[in-house]
Design a binder for this molecule. Structure first.
Ligand code: NAD
Length: 306
């Protein structure tokens, strides 16, 4: 079944994901508030639209890849938003791949469901991704998906045009929940590893020796064996290129803020999440918002500000 796809949010991730849909042969129309992001597509002959609502006029499925919950709410329910057409909407499926909180995913999904009529069901999936910009480029993202299983199965081919793995998580909001839980564990583990290396160095253990020990011991994790934050220990990681590229401190602070807010909403104490949010927010305020989040090793723990 050939479907027409609308894609909104052509940033670091979205532009690459939309390109992979085009490469896979889908007929794609795009929109972004940033005209230069749209020009990259119009220059290639791809249809560009001036508002989310206009995207719905030519699309069967609409995918959004936006920075944060407020942008998602704006694109869906704002003026000229995706849901302006109400029960007359053309799309039958909306997929939001932005990293947002599960509460917002559920709110938007309920508004989408309200556009269903007795003849046509309109569904929404929350489908955030893991993998970063390189994985978006090479179509190797992992999608974690919440919403109806029927809609998930119908959308699987689309996901596999932009990624290599899809995991069905359960009801609406569980994809978003999975993503913010993963990122909170990643943020906290990066802090733990950084703290251990700073203490280790002060106690006289060289970083490369401690890396060998941790990576063959019980503290081994992604932050120690794949994305080590200490400059010079591993090749090809942000720490070895002045913390440029990678996953920004700003996005990490945002995701921890979402996790902390979600915890509060369900009445859970998550002290490590709160502490990690404070540390990454201070890092951003200190001028390192656009550096990779592993720069916490240098700028927070080592206290170096070069
Ligand atoms: P980005 O800031 O590069 O791109 C966001 C795009 O959305 C921009 O082009 C912006 O102009 C556009 N936009 C903002 N408001 C809009 C609106 N109202 N209407 C239309 N377009 C609008 O962000 P990104 O790095 O592509 O990340 C997108 C999402 O993916 C975020 O939620 C992020 O947390 C998540 N994510 C990012 C990474 C990563 O490594 N960058 C990895 C996994 C998940």
């Amino acid at each position: 079944l050939q479907q027409r796809i609308g894609f909104i949010g052509l940033g670091n991730m979205g532009a690459r994901m939309a390109n992979n849909l085009i490469k896979a042969g889908y007929d794609v129309a795009v929109h972004d508030v940033n005209p230069s992001a749209m020009k990259l597509f119009s220059d290639k002959g791809i249809l560009t639209k001036e508002s989310p609502y206009e995207v719905t006029e030519t699309s069967d499925v609409v995918i959004t890849m936006l920075p944060s919950p407020k942008h998602v709410l704006d694109v869906y329910a704002g003026p000229n938003g995706l849901l302006l057409g109400g029960k007359q909407l053309r799309p039958w499926l909306f997929i939001d791949s932005s990293t947002i909180d599960p509460q917002t995913s559920r709110k938007v999904s309920a508004a989408v469901s309200d556009c269903s009529s007795k003849d046509k069901k309109v569904s929404m999936l929350d489908a955030p991704v893991s993998g970063g910009v390189m994985a978006a480029e090479t179509a190797t993202l992992t999608f974690m998906v919440g919403g109806s299983e029927e809609a998930y199965l119908a959308a699987k081919t689309l996901f596999l045009s932009m990624g290599k793995n899809t995991i069905y998580c359960g009801s609406t909001g569980t994809g978003s929940a999975a993503k913010i839980c993963n990122n909170l564990a990643m943020g906290v583990s990066m802090l733990g590893v950084s703290e251990a290396f700073v203490l280790g160095q002060s106690l006289g253990i060289p970083a490369d020796t401690l890396t060998k020990i941790i990576n063959s011991s019980s503290a081994r994790c992604w932050s120690s064996d794949t994305y080590n934050p200490v400059p010079g220990v591993m090749d090809g990681v942000p720490a070895s290129r002045n913390y440029d590229g990678g996953f920004s401190s700003k996005l990490m602070a945002k995701d921890l803020n979402l996790a902390a807010a979600s915890a509060k909403e369900v009445g859970l104490k998550c002290p490590l999440t709160q502490q990690a949010e404070t540390i990454f927010t201070e890092l951003c305020d200190g001028g390192h918002a656009m550096k990779d989040f592993s720069c916490v090793f240098r700028h927070y723990y080592s206290g170096k500000d070069e």
